[in-house]
Design a binder for this molecule. Structure first.
Ligand SMILES: O=c1ccn([C@@H]2O[C@H](COP(=O)(O)O)[C@@H](O)[C@H]2O)c(=O)[nH]1
Length: 517
């Protein structure tokens, strides 16, 4: 019996040993390279649990110091190989590491993959080239940002800004660890997708499974991460809501604008030294007992006479064909003739805003046949991308502007709306070449057209708000000022147009000068 028992217990011990061996092998085989990386990071004290103050000011019960990875070459190799796995699915021409911790990661990725790298300077030298981005690159190349860790995303945005200023495109960021505290959403607002090798949730789960952290510790950490979201820094807010004046000249922008109408416009602007668009707007003057005293630009004769008067000074004539009482096809023919004569483009300010199917008919049909004579049309983004698809499909020769912001009091085209307009434009860059906006909203590959411009500022009784040309062009970074009543109501439109042309062009030159060292 004993023999049997001892024999059984011997058998039992052997089987237990076999079983635990089986499980160790099983666990080892099934432990993913990511689990192995997490455990290695924890064991090397790259991941620490305690109470720490982060760059964003918040206190965190966990601290991750990925700078330490450079002291462990095999760990560094593991990190880079995991980053490489994520990068493989993306398309890009160059790499840029966020200084400093991600610099060795980006360098090794570059060496490993043969993709060139650029480097962002944290401090711009006040001698020599004063470059913010070092390395060899071409405008319009796609740059992939590499980062070690993202909390709010503000460090990535600090690198994004100078890359965009250099006319590089940035669509993606690859990060080793996303702390899942709002960084992904903050970056998405800037049209940048965050791809992470590890998420904080993965780390906590692996550390619990491997017995490195207790269930209680992990529960507490989970609660912390779920309740703490960090908004992006003031810098990113300024990117989001402020004007992003860039240093590029109109000559330089010629190679960035994909739409041919946009490029043609730039050529006209350069040749005529004019970034002035005149809006052929109607206006009515009432007398003291509300009787119409004077009314203008409601007949085709007035419209054509304005085109002729201001034509030599402008790059664009902006029309509202639906306020002309006697519109016929011959009006559009005469308008096109004047546009050729004076070398300007015709922008029909129809502000399309319906579903694609209707927009197609509005553009090509009715009595106006806009597609036959307009060079430029514009659209609200409220109905989604179908509006843009319809416009580009039914009038390939027309360039499209999207309304990203408006000049009138209380309008709803604010932050997220503006951002969405930018995203739409970037999606349809062959057709869309610019925005109606109050200034530059960030991407030098588009042109910015600002209405509500008057030398003396002020406003009207229906909510229009005027800004002077210098503020709009030199400070807010707009490219073309749209002036309506500032010129149309003048007793000498030729002279007024000439004054505005000079003021707008000087403001553009001033903007350029501010970037010249
Ligand atoms: O946000 C916007 C969008 C369009 N406009 C148009 O621009 C002109 C401005 O005319 P002014 O006489 O200079 O006020 C006009 O055609 C508007 O329809 C805008 O003002 N604001």
């Amino acid at each position: 019996m004993l023999g049997f028992v001892s024999c059984f217990s011997f058998f039992d011990k052997v089987s237990l040993l076999n079983l635990s061996y089986f499980w160790i092998v099983h666990l080892k085989n099934n432990m993913s390279s990511l689990d192995a990386l997490i455990i290695e990071l924890y064991d090397k004290q790259v991941i620490q649990v305690g109470s720490f103050q982060l760059k964003s000011g918040i206190t965190s019960p966990i601290y991750i110091d990925l700078r330490l990875t450079i002291s462990y070459p095999s760990l560094l190799r593991q990190v880079v190989s995991c980053l490489q796995d994520v990068c493989r699915s993306l398309s890009y021409d160059i790499l840029c590491g966020v200084p400093y911790t991600a610099l060795p990661f980006a360098t090794l990725l570059s060496v490993e993959s043969g993709v060139p790298m650029v480097m962002r300077r944290k401090e711009i030298k006040d001698y020599g080239t004063k470059k913010a981005i070092e390395g060899v690159f071409q405008p319009n190349q796609t740059c992939l940002i590499i980062e070690d860790l993202v909390t709010s995303g503000s460090s990535v945005l600090e690198t994004l800004e100078p890359l965009l200023k250099e006319s590089l495109r940035v669509k993606d960021v690859v990060v080793l660890l996303d702390r899942e505290q709002g960084g992904k959403d903050n970056l998405a607002k800037h049209n940048v997708r965050l791809h992470s090798v590890l998420k904080m949730t993965d780390i906590l789960e692996t550390l619990r499974h491997s017995g490195r952290l207790s269930v209680e510790q992990v529960t507490e950490l989970f609660d912390y991460f779920h309740s703490t979201k960090v908004s992006s820094s003031p810098l990113s807010n300024s990117i989001q809501s402020g004007y992003k004046v860039h240093p590029l000249s109109f000559e330089q922008r010629l190679s960035l604008i994909r739409n041919k109408v946009g490029r043609r416009l730039l050529e006209i602007m350069l040749k005529k030294q004019s970034n002035l668009a005149v809006a052929a707007v109607s206006f009515v003057i009432f007398n003291s007992i509300n009787l119409i005293l004077y009314e203008d630009v409601t007949t085709s004769e007035e419209l054509l006479s304005i085109a002729n008067e201001v034509g030599p000074q402008i790059c664009i004539l902006k029309t509202h064909m639906d306020i002309i009482q006697d519109w016929t096809e011959s009006v559009s023919e005469k308008l096109v003739h004047l546009a050729k004569l004076h070398h300007f483009l015709i922008f029909e300010d129809r502000k399309f805003a319906d579903i694609g199917n209707t927009v197609e008919l509005q553009l090509t049909g009715g009595i106006f046949h806009i597609a036959q004579w307009a060079d430029i049309v514009n659209a609200h983004i409220i109905a989604g991308p179908g509006t843009i698809q319809a416009l580009s499909r039914s009038a390939e020769h027309c360039g499209i502007l999207l309304l990203a912001q408006m000049s009138s009091k209380g309008n709803l085209a604010v932050q997220e709306y503006t951002q969405k307009a930018l995203e739409f434009a970037q999606q349809y860059e062959d057709a869309v070449f610019g925005f109606i906006s109050l200034g530059c909203i960030g991407d030098p590959n588009f042109l910015y057209f600002t209405p509500g411009v008057k030398l003396e500022g002020g406003g009207d009784s229906l909510g229009q708000q005027y800004t002077d040309p210098k503020t709009v062009i030199a400070i807010q970074g707009s490219d073309v000022a749209i002036v309506g009543r500032g010129i149309i109501q003048s007793s000498n439109r030729r002279e007024a147009a000439s004054t505005y042309r000079k003021a707008c062009w000087d403001a553009y030159l001033q903007r350029l000068e501010e970037y010249v060292e």
